[in-house]
Design a protein around this ligand. Structure first.
Ligand code: 26V
Length: 820
């Protein structure tokens, strides 16, 4: 095939070399002499992108041609896709020839890959999960479109000044983003505000028309998502907001230049910035605008495909399975009804049948303060027609409820889509549940708690709707790509099939768990990974980490329920023990933290400051002599994670039981050979079942015990008073031992722990310390600990996102993957 030797498709080293040189010359206007690091990156990125376009174009054709095809539309306000170059090179399988080609040009592929600035279009677990699922769908051959928002500013960049978090805007598009293709021809207009009116249509039927006050143009930016193997490609379609008309020419010609551009600027604010998702919900009208904006554009895009296929609208659900990633896109239920009923004149009942067959909803949190509610007034101001539709959905729904449970008005009030408490508000989770045929939680415990607590009335009404799909992570990015040494070692023993058949293959590693040669190799790799992280810490933080220390790591968003403060209390207790007896044996331990706090989250920011201050005291204390080191890794993101997970010995997953829906960092650590120290929360429960209790360090109250202790009146001070180790750790903070005598700075933390402690840090402290002793004992027995590490990898096959996607396909979407 001649086309194989085209400069845009040739995958041999000389062909790749020529392609990179061509791009350097013709795209960036450079030669190897004048090229900057960014120019080299762009040249390589375009070269790799070219090689994805065959699969890409076939993917587009697949969705737009096949009449009997059912595709997933994954609606998510966040896609935290991480750096693209490395993962695309891995999927195409061209790392070796590309490395060779670049070497002949004096360039290092790894350095170019590491230099990529990632698009931070998500907050944390939820957005990264969406990206892992996109990867798995492409790898398994599940036709899919991810729909989301092309934020101009993604997640902020975290810098640390004097121990405090300082946020900086992330202008990720400044250098351009070579992976996206802007598709102006598929732009759609989205309305906002205004009012509704009724009219009689040609057939004499009463119809409703929405006259929006304002229109915004949604422009799709397409990012290819290529599966492992490079043959199957899906698309991530992110919408950015533009003014319908760039200028108001009326104002422009009358001389009011300011007003002329004003409209444009206002329109563009819709996709301007990513909101923190872990901050107590605030009625920000812009956020509802964002949600509606991307949902409306996406549904209109799907209807366009349906019509292009020539399929009737009442078979829409046979073309698309629409997954709502949390409630952020839940307004889609009302929007699809509006498009079918108002837009296409479909009868309500038929439209509702189509709608509920399309949608399914994933819940990602049990925290009551996290459930989205929009004040009716705000909602109706922005989306007047949608509010009417929601009222009508609710009227019909409550009619059914009352028919099934006559006289139970309390039940009707609890199930209602409208919370009648002042100010009246729309309950987005209720809209999502009622509008969907399936509702899932993200780990077995979480789904159980959903059914028995948060959504118990819905579960009683429609038990068949509820199911569990335990989260997973992609073994491509989070093992093959981020830990090449371990990946090669695994492949040398069990072959490479684990990369896209993780669940089926990785268990074969178990046979080597006690093999001394393999164990030594395993430890050597972990040490190299730790040395690599140490080098980064040295360079960026000026902190020396001993690669022979045990690396004990907690990286995740900073939140009280995740209990970084429990971790730092443990560190303080260990420090006190060393101070009491500096001569006693203490094996080197490096405790690492990383994570961002929501900008408005007072307590979380103070915890970051506390960790820094504790680090400063401990790292500088000659009595400690480097045996205990504490470091805070700034600006934790996907890229940093890819260096951190491979270097960890111990993974801290210490949320209060019943609070963390699943967690996915736990899985990323585990498949890189870290042993978990954790509570029975989220997916930890299932991970422990898989790896075996002897390979998991368990501590803390269980979810039912948490409820029980609280019911009996939880008194944190009693724990502080009776546990001298705990009492002393708290006293040290309070007395200013970590703040140069300042007793005020950490008072909010100490007081909160002593007088409220909503997340029961003090209740779990003793159990955590006991567990810590067991960990230290296990770490001293090298063979035993290495075995634990190997078995963690070998037995975590279930936590591949490929397994999660197969579950969704079978239990929710009714789609058969085309590959694997
Ligand atoms: C929301 C809020 C809002 C109110 C204040 C506190 C707070 C804390 C957390 C959240 C979570 C928003 C949804 C979310 O990101 N959930 C995460 O989803 C991950 C993927 O399923 C899962 O692994 C995490 O456990 C879950 O927290």
């Amino acid at each position: 095939n001649k086309s194989c030797h085209n400069v845009r498709t040739d995958c041999t080293a000389p062909g790749l070399r020529q392609a990179v040189l061509d791009n350097l010359y013709y795209v960036s206007g450079n030669t190897p002499v004048t090229a900057s690091a960014q120019d080299w990156y762009d040249a390589v990125a375009y070269c790799v992108r070219d090689r994805m376009l065959k699969a890409w174009n076939e993917g587009i054709e697949r969705i737009t041609k096949a009449l009997d095809l059912r595709a997933v539309a994954y609606l998510s306000a966040e896609f935290l896709i991480g750096p693209q170059l490395g993962s695309n090179v891995l999927a195409l399988g061209i790392a070796e020839p590309l490395r060779e080609a670049l070497a002949t040009l004096g360039q290092d592929l790894d350095a170019i890959v590491d230099g990529e600035h990632e698009p931070g279009l998500g907050n944390g677990g939820l957005g990264r999960l969406a990206a892992c699922y996109m990867d798995s769908m492409a790898t398994l051959g599940v036709p899919a479109i991810g729909y989301g928002i092309h934020y101009e500013f993604g997640m902020f960049t975290q810098t640390i000044r004097d121990g405090w978090q300082v946020e900086m805007a992330d202008k990720w598009l400044r250098q351009g983003f070579p992976w996206e293709i802007v598709q102006h021809e598929f732009a759609v207009e989205v309305g906002l505000g205004g009012s509704t009116e009724t009219f009689l249509d040609a057939g004499g039927r009463l119809r409703v028309r929405w006259n929006p006050e304002k229109r915004i143009l949604a422009v799709p930016h397409d990012i290819p998502v290529i599966g492992y193997g490079g043959t199957f490609c899906n698309v991530l379609r992110l919408w950015s907001a533009e003014a319908v008309d760039a200028f108001d020419f009326g104002s422009f010609s009358s001389g009011d230049y300011g007003k002329a551009v004003e409209e444009k600027i206002l329109s563009e604010t819709i996709s301007k910035v990513l909101y923190p998702n872990d901050e107590p919900y605030q009625g920000k009208v812009l956020r509802l605008g964002q949600q509606y904006f991307f949902v409306s554009a996406s549904l209109r895009d799907m209807l366009r495909v349906q019509q292009m296929l020539g399929k009737p609208l009442d078979t829409f659900h046979t073309t698309f399975a629409i997954q709502l990633n949390d409630t952020h896109p839940a307004v889609a239920v009302a929007e699809l009804m509006r498009l079918l009923v108002d837009g296409h004149g479909m009868e309500w009942e038929r439209a509702w049948a189509v709608t509920t067959k399309c949608f399914s909803y994933t819940n990602h949190t049990l925290l009551p303060e996290a459930l989205e509610k929009w004040p009716v007034e705000l909602f109706g101001g922005l989306l007047p027609r949608h509010l009417e539709i929601i009222y009508e959905i609710n009227r019909r729904f409550l009619e059914e409820v009352r028919a099934a449970y006559p006289g139970d008005e309390g039940l009707a009030a609890r199930l209602s889509l409208i919370d009648e408490a002042s100010p009246r508000s729309v309950r987005m989770a209720h809209l999502a549940v009622v509008g969907s045929h399936a509702v899932n939680g993200v780990a077995a415990l979480h789904t159980e708690l959903l059914k028995t607590h948060v959504m118990q009335d819905f579960a009683a009404l429609t038990p068949q709707k509820f199911c569990n799909v335990t989260n997973g992570v992609t073994p491509r990015r989070f093992l093959a790509l981020c830990n090449p040494r371990l990946a090669a070692c695994i492949t040398s023993r069990i072959g490479p099939a684990w990369i896209n058949r993780f669940e089926e293959e990785i268990g074969k590693l178990e046979a080597f768990a006690d093999d001394p040669g393999f164990q030594a190799q395993w430890r050597g790799i972990k040490r190299e990974n730790k040395a690599a992280l140490s080098a980064l810490a040295e360079k960026h933080l000026g902190v020396a980490l001993n690669p022979d220390a045990v690396f004990d790591v907690q990286v995740k968003r900073v939140h009280e329920y995740k209990r970084q403060h429990l971790n730092i209390l443990r560190v303080i207790a260990l420090y006190s023990a060393i101070k009491r007896d500096p001569g006693a044996e203490f094996s080197p331990l490096a405790v690492l933290f990383g994570g961002k706090a929501a900008p408005g989250y007072f307590m979380a920011k103070r915890v970051i400051k506390l960790i820094h201050n504790v680090a400063q005291v401990i790292n500088g204390d000659p009595d400690v002599g480097g045996r205990l080191t504490v470091a805070y890794i700034p600006n934790f993101n996907v890229r940093v994670g890819q260096v951190v997970y491979p270097a960890a010995d111990i993974s801290q997953q210490i949320s209060l039981a019943g609070k963390e829906a699943s967690g996915t960092g736990n899985m990323k650590f585990g498949i890189n050979g870290a042993v978990t120290m954790g509570t029975l929360d989220g997916a930890n429960v299932e991970m422990r079942q898989c790896v075996g209790e002897e390979n998991f360090f368990l501590f803390g109250l269980t979810a039912p015990e948490v409820v029980e202790v609280k019911r009996n009146g939880y008194d944190p001070r009693a724990y502080a008073a009776t546990d001298p180790v705990l009492g002393q750790a708290l006293d040290m903070i309070a007395s200013g031992a970590f703040s140069a005598g300042d007793r005020e700075i950490f008072r909010p933390i100490v007081d909160n722990l002593l007088y409220q402690d909503e997340y029961m840090v003090l209740a779990d402290f003793a159990s955590y310390m006991h567990c810590q002793a067991l960990v230290m004992e296990a770490c001293r027995d090298t063979a035993r600990f290495t075995r634990m590490s190997i078995l963690n990898v070998a037995r975590l096959g279930k936590f591949s996102s490929d397994r999660s996607i197969r579950d969704y396909c079978r239990d929710i979407w009714n789609i058969t993957p085309e590959l694997g």
